[in-house]
Design a protein around this ligand. Structure first.
Ligand code: SF4
Length: 329
């Protein structure tokens, strides 16, 4: 459990204080689409994992306040080691990262020496260091299409994203058995009922959803892809099967349309709100900017090893690496 805040901040205008500290610290606040609306609204940039990685690599700020989960803040540190990277709550983890301990992943790799490791960014720095190429949900298709079909691949840690890519690209990647607890919780039965209540409303789903949810989707893509779909679909109602805080950006962009979060098992639960993302609060962000803690620290050898697979992602996602450049580790 995360440590409670022990000081009384009730008299503070947190928004104003965060603005003041952001300027004093020359800090940039990066927020994932799954953050609470009040954090999205004050962030300098809101995006998906790939967009936030690019921002972290390019920023000239001295401090990166990362409102997301730990593997994302670690990625910012790997890409911008000279920056101070703070995460409002160091307990903001991820079920996918937890599913993939580095020692077990190393043994898995060693059991399949002819395979390269294509690894979803939702993993620890140590697993990134054991991987050949990192992917995000928005870069995975671009990257996999650059890997020769004859090249065997291990894909981890999300078996649903890996399975989706296997089906879409006719690959037979070996899949690590991890899942996102948030996307795993959507109910097919409740989704079918919701579709019946809103005939004609398309479903947009994240590929971390299991196949029985993806099979009902009219659009499957990353959070930024889903957002683009929301801005372009011709109807007036969209059913959204990913973490529901992304709906905030949809409502800001298209207030005249209706966006409905896909339901969990009892049709009305909060089980699709990411409990890790929810650990970040305005209070914790204020304290992190004030104290420059909790701070991401990383041993340099690990950082450099993890950086290789991240650099490959950034190059392949922008098409600046050739097929021949992708060797095994
Ligand atoms: S939504 Fe899922 S994949 Fe994303 S941080 Fe939460 S547990 Fe991890």
């Amino acid at each position: 459990m995360t440590a409670p805040i022990r000081e009384n901040l009730s008299g503070l205008d947190l928004r104003a204080e965060i603005d003041r500290l952001r300027k004093e610290r020359n800090a940039v606040i990066l927020a994932h689409y799954y953050q609470k609306p009040e954090i999205q609204d004050l962030a300098d940039f809101v995006g998906d994992s790939l967009e936030l990685s690019r921002k972290a690599a390019d920023t000239d700020a001295d401090v990166i306040a990362f409102c997301g989960v730990k593997f994302m803040a670690e990625t910012a540190k790997i890409l911008s080691p000279e920056k101070i990277v703070i995460l409002p709550d160091m307990d903001a983890g991820c079920s996918l990262e937890d599913s993939c301990p580095p020692e077990q992943f190393k043994r898995f790799r060693e059991a399949h020496p002819d395979h390269i490791a294509l690894t979803y960014i939702n993993c620890s720095a140590a697993v990134k260091a054991l991987s050949d190429v990192i992917v995000t949900s928005s870069s995975a298709e671009t990257i996999i299409s650059q890997i020769p079909e004859s090249q065997p691949i291990i894909f981890g840690p999300d078996r649903h994203l890996g399975g989706y890519l296997n089906r879409k690209f006719g690959r037979e990647m070996l899949l690590w058995p991890g899942v996102c607890i948030v996307h795993e919780a959507f109910s097919e039965t409740e989704l079918i009922k919701l579709k019946a209540q809103h005939p004609g409303a398309p479903v947009a789903a994240h590929p971390e959803c299991p196949p029985h949810i993806v099979d009902h989707a009219d659009y499957v893509g990353s959070t930024s892809g889903i957002l683009q779909f929301a801005k372009s679909f011709p109807g007036d109602t969209l059913i959204v099967a990913t973490e529901p805080h992304i709906i905030h950006q949809m409502e800001l962009a298209l207030p005249e349309k209706t966006f409905i979060g896909a339901p969990g098992a009892d049709g009305n639960c909060n089980c699709n709100i990411c409990p890790y993302m929810a650990l970040n609060t305005m209070e914790k962000l204020y304290i992190a900017l004030r104290d420059l803690e909790p701070r991401i620290e990383m041993e340099e050898g690990l950082r450099l090893a993890a950086r290789k697979s991240l650099d490959r992602m950034l190059e392949m996602a922008s098409g600046t690496i050739g097929k021949g450049d992708l060797g095994q580790r």
